[in-house]
Design a protein around this ligand. Sequence first.
Ligand SMILES: Nc1nc2c([nH]c(=O)n2[C@H]2C[C@H](O)[C@@H](COP(=O)(O)OP(=O)(O)OP(=O)(O)O)O2)c(=O)[nH]1
Length: 150
Amino acid sequence: MSGLIQVVGGAIVDSLANPARMLVARRTAPEQFAGLWEFPGGKVDAGEGCEAALHRELSEELGVRVRLGLELPAAAATGWRLNDRASMRVWLAEIIQGEPQPLEDHDELRWVALTDRQEVLDLPWIPADFPIVEALLHSLSSIVLPSEAR
Ligand SMILES: Nc1nc2c([nH]c(=O)n2[C@H]2C[C@H](O)[C@@H](COP(=O)(O)OP(=O)(O)OP(=O)(O)O)O2)c(=O)[nH]1
């Protein structure tokens, strides 16, 4: 037991095979994170698996069913350290059912172009997410094609 709170997040892309855009979400609470962008997701419940928790959170928060792709590799099995108490595992995902809506915890959803690295990084993310976003953009850069090359 690491004693850490396990969080899971979804890097939802328009297509796992050919990712061009990613869905990001703006939090409404708590106050310290309100207005900041994040990977939709949340805490894993006691006795719940991480992937199951991610499916549950994405269904509750966005009203979608997803197919999970690869996990974004992190230095630890518990994923990316968010703070002294929590760590987040992040999976690529694509929507297989439903139109994403900000049903819970968010007031805005936005599809951002993965080709526009600066646009993605210019969003006011939760600070702990920046290294995760950087790693994600880096790992996708080999498979994201500029739109004119599609
Ligand atoms: N979902 C999500 N949480 C993140 C990200 N980055 C980050 O630091 N966090 C933090 C914020 C929260 O302290 C924690 C996740 O908690 P949460 O409030 O989303 O979890 P939850 O939906 O299960 O909510 P609750 O049951 O505690 O009300 O992780 C991120 O990209 N996505």
